[in-house]
Each structure stands twice: as structure tokens, then as C-alpha cells.
Design a protein around this ligand. Structure first.
Ligand code: PMP
Length: 425
């Protein structure tokens, strides 16, 4: 078997940066990425035969653990009938019925192939449906690599954004207004100034791409209220939180219903899937019913649908949420206990099977506070953990995920390794 370093050297010659998605390159933590040759339950097995307890969980999807036998069997069964038909297939109907039953805002849904496609299509739909062009997003919220969403915060509440990436015309970015998360006054001011031009507000209701941040009491209600008042479409990006914090995502947990929802990750059971859905009246603006064009050769692919259906049905039949919450709390308590012993200020925001680490005195409530935290400590913990068999996301600003397969040894061992890493800082 070829080792990780050899594979990476080969990859560097022919894949930009050696990776097919940038954060995998370890640039935020330093070092060389490992290659995974197999994954089972809570564990990744590297090309160098190291076993790692995995807290990335393929960046969210593997809530039941890797190589889950039920999902595997569903893919296998679907495979017997063919890989893609280019016509409607029965799995698509079953998947749509499941999503409508599980996610409160979703009356109709369209399948796509990634979270990026889901947010991109939801934004186009919001613009097409309202006939308006401007959108609001929040600093630190990531919605995939969509042109008009790869725009970060200026410091002022009403600054028009500058693009975050080369290749995005400033005129696209100028349609995006970036606001600080958790700032109700900034939101009110933006609506007062731009209300009639605003097609959509898109938000990760629990931002999870800048560490993990929770909304202030009343903040999401205020957002809902302003959107309703101004006829602006509220889009919850629940690609990360959907089926993760509750079967129906943050909207189920908080009781706040958006107009549209972007979904991904868990609904593909580890295969490439996304979806966007919401009010029937809005969804009916999509082709072939309405004027908003959206399409996909492989959308609703039978293998991906079979995997996703198996993942969702398993959530419904097993209800892993109480167990996942207890694993999350166990990790949080271990990390906070170690930090207290060491005399280090640490915040561990956690909900269910999601958590992150901020080395900070204060609770982090927005992007500016998040980027002001001490990321050097995280880098040290990341590398110590990796040496001792625990894989955290290779960036201080990615959320850690737990699966139901972490039960027992994996969680206990990780608590031990991470506590020691904190004490060694
Ligand atoms: N939205 C959110 C909240 C995400 O976390 C991500 C990816 N991490 C995306 C959208 C984009 O999804 P994908 O990588 O599948 O395009």
C-alpha cells in the first residue's frame, strides 16, 4: 500500500494543492494531510495504517458512523438495478416524502448534488420569485462556493461586500449585503434601507463554519419578522444542521419556520446530494412550472437517493439524538475540565453531536469575536490529537462532529487524548 506522503507528492503534481477541496490540505494547522484508505464506524484507517477516531465524519454526513451496514445494503440493492436512468425513479418520490415529513418548512423539494448547488438554486429561486436582486448574508456564514455568497463582512453593518475570492465580479458581490450575526439593530437598519430590494436573507441558523455560534434569544424571530414584513424570502441553510441537531434541524428545535431551506450532507448518506425546498407557492416558480431555471443530469440519482433514504429512515427508527447529546456533553465536560485544571480560558459551544473549541475568555457570538480567539492553541491540540489517534477538523474554525458509532471506547479515548493535549499546552 502506498503511504500518505507518497500519495501526496504524486497528487501535488497533478491536483492543485494536492486536494479536491482546500481545507483538506491542512494549511490552517500546518503539516501534510493523511490519506484514508478505509473507514468503519468511528474510525478512519490511513494509508499508513494508523487508526484515527474521527471527529470530522466526512464534514457532517456520517451521523451513523462510517460504512454503516444499513446504508451499504441500501446502496448495494439499488446498484443491482442500475446506476442512473435519466428518467424519474421511485427513490426520488420516497426521498421527497421523507424530507417533507421531517423538515417543518418543506412542502415541496428539489434534489441537487451538493450543498453549494442547494444554496445557489435557493438564491436564484428567491430572486426569480420576488423579482428583486439584493440578498443579506452574515459574516462567517459559509454557504458553499457560490459567487454571490463568497462575500465576507466589511466592518460596518451596512457595507456592501467585497468578493472573498478572485474570479467573482465586484458587481455580483455588490448585490450581497453582509451583516454581523446576532446584531438585531444591524438587521433592522439594513431592512430600513434596502427592504424593498431584498430578495432573500440567507443564514446558517446556528453558524457552524466559524466554530459554532448560537443565536441570541429572539434574534432568529426578529429575522423572521422582518422578512415577513418586507416580503423577503428567509432561507435557512441547514446543510450542516439539518438532521444533525434534530430530525427537522434548527427550524424544528427553535420553532422558527423559514420560507426555503437548503439541505445536504446527511441526506446523501455519504454520497453526493443536496436539496432545497420550502413553501409550495415559492417552489412552483421553478422550471418546468415556473420561470426560474434549475436542472441536473444526476439529480435524484438512484444510488444517492437509496443511501440518503436509508440514513434518514435510520434516524427515524433509532432516534440517536439523546445518545448523541450525551456524547457531546461528555466531550464538552472533559475539555472544559482539562482547561480549568490548566487555567486556560476555553469555550466549548456544543449542541447534540456538534461542538467546537474557542480559546477565549468570552462566549463567542459573532465572526469578529471568533477570529480574535487564540488559534495557536487549537493547532497544537490538533497535532497532539493526531499523533495519539484522534482526528479533529484541520482548522480551528470547523465544527467537530460525533456519530452514533462513537459510543463507548471511541468517546472515552478521545476525551482522554484531548484532555491530555490541553494539559500539555
Ligand atoms: N452550506 C453549509 C452550511 C455548509 O456547511 C456547506 C459545506 N460545508 C455548504 C453549504 C456547501 O456544501 P457542499 O460542500 O456540499 O457544496
Amino acid at each position: 500500500m502506498t503511504h500518505s506522503n507518497d500519495l501526496f507528492e504524486r497528487a501535488l503534481k497533478i491536483i492543485p494543492g494536492g486536494v479536491n477541496s482546500p481545507v483538506r490540505a491542512f494549511r490552517s494547522v500546518g503539516g501534510t494531510p493523511f490519506f484514508t484508505k478505509r473507514a468503519e464506524g468511528a474510525t478512519l484507517f490511513t494509508a499508513d495504517d494508523q487508526a484515527l477516531v474521527d471527529f470530522v465524519c466526512t464534514w457532517g454526513p456520517s451521523i451513523h458512523g462510517h460504512n454503516d451496514p444499513t446504508i451499504k445494503a441500501a446502496i448495494s440493492k439499488a446498484l443491482d438495478s442500475g446506476t442512473s436512468f435519466g428518467t424519474p425513479n421511485p427513490y426520488e418520490v420516497e426521498m421527497a416524502e421523507l424530507l417533507v415529513a421531517m423538515v417543518p418548512s418543506v412542502e415541496k423539494v428539489r434534489m441537487v448534488n451538493s450543498g453549494t448547488e442547494a444554496t445557489m438554486s435557493a438564491i436564484r429561486l428567491a430572486r426569480g420569485h420576488t423579482g428583486r436582486t439584493k440578498i443579506i448574508k452574515f459574516a462567517g456564514c459559509y454557504h458553499g462556493h457560490v459567487d454571490s455568497l463568497l462575500v465576507q463582512a466589511g466592518s460596518g453593518a451596512l457595507t456592501l461586500g467585497n468578493p472573498d475570492s478572485a474570479g467573482i465580479p465586484p458587481s455580483f458581490a455588490a448585490e450581497t449585503i453582509v451583516l454581523p450575526y446576532n446584531d438585531s439593530d444591524a438587521l433592522t437598519a439594513a431592512f430600513e434601507r434596502y427592504g424593498d430590494e431584498l430578495a432573500a436573507v440567507i443564514v446558517e441558523p446556528f453558524p457552524a463554519n466559524v466554530g459554532l455560534i448560537f443565536p441570541f434569544e429572539g434574534y432568529l424571530q426578529h429575522m423572521r419578522h422582518l422578512c415577513t414584513q418586507f416580503g423577503t424570502i428567509l432561507i435557512f441553510d441547514e446543510v450542516m444542521t439539518g438532521f444533525r441537531v434534530a430530525p427537522g434541524g434548527v427550524q424544528e428545535k427553535t420553532g422558527i419556520t423559514p420560507d426555503l431551506t437548503a439541505l445536504g450532507k446527511i441526506i446523501g448518506g455519504g454520497l453526493p446530494v443536496g436539496a432545497f425546498g420550502g413553501k409550495a407557492e415559492i417552489m412552483d416558480s421553478i422550471a418546468p412550472l415556473g420561470p426560474v431555471y434549475q436542472a441536473g443530469t444526476l439529480s435524484g440519482n438512484p444510488l444517492a437517493m437509496a443511501a440518503g433514504i436509508a440514513a434518514l429512515e435510520k434516524l427515524n427508527s433509532e432516534n440517536p439524538y439523546p445518545r448523541l447529546e450525551s456524547f457531546g456533553q461528555q466531550i464538552r465536560d472533559a475539555l472544559l475540565g482539562a482547561a480549568e485544571e490548566k487555567g486556560l480560558p476555553l469555550q466549548v459551544p456544543q449542541t447534540g453531536s456538534m461542538f467546537s473549541l474557542y480559546f477565549s475568555e468570552e462566549v463567542v457570538t459573532n465572526y469578529d469575536q471568533a477570529i480574535a480567539t487564540k488559534t495557536e492553541c487549537f493547532k497544537s491540540i490538533f497535532h497532539q490529537a493526531l499523533e495519539n489517534g484522534v482526528y479533529l477538523p484541520p482548522s480551528p474554525f470547523e465544527t467537530c462532529f460525533i456519530s452514533s458509532a462513537h459510543e463507548g471506547n471511541a468517546i472515552n479515548m478521545a476525551c482522554d487524548v484531548l484532555s491530555k493535549a490541553i494539559k500539555n499546552l
